[in-house]
Design a protein. Structure first.
Length: 138
């Protein structure tokens, strides 16, 4: 739209805003293609994009927290199995998911389960470290 408005200004308004309109349409189409293009291409290739609800992510993070705490107090030669009770932590059940987890959701390429993972990015490691701190907080 800005480029179209620039063209309108250069020709002295003779186009009556048509260039700005064309620019806005092109910008909107490009934005839509970026967000939905990958999904549409995946559909043609027989792939589906799966997402997980925030409540599921919260439950998984809470169970991970309980497992880490149980392993932390477990002895080196312990023979008994670990029994995890139903998590009762209210802070993970209410509200939004932590920011590092939300950031990780926006980057599916970070997952090593994907066909072309990119696990060696510094931003990914930073998000992992931040999330580990959040999970281990008492």
């Amino acid at each position: 739209a800005a480029a179209g408005a620039g063209v309108d200004l250069m020709v002295g308004g003779v186009t009556l805003g048509a260039a700005a309109l064309v620019g806005a349409i092109a910008g909107g189409a490009l934005s839509t293609a970026r967000s939905y293009g990958g999904r549409l291409l995946g559909k043609f290739k027989g792939r589906r994009e799966l997402t997980v609800d925030d409540a599921v992510l919260s439950l998984l993070a809470l169970r991970q927290r309980h497992l880490l705490l149980a392993l932390g107090v477990r002895g080196h030669a312990a023979l008994h199995s670990i029994e995890l009770t139903t998590p009762q932590d209210k802070t993970w059940r209410k509200g939004k998911i932590p920011e590092p987890l939300s950031r990780a959701r926006a980057h599916p390429q970070w997952s090593t389960l994907n066909p072309q993972p990119k696990p060696n990015q510094a931003e990914r490691q930073e998000a992992i470290d931040e999330l580990a701190d959040v999970v281990l907080q008492d």
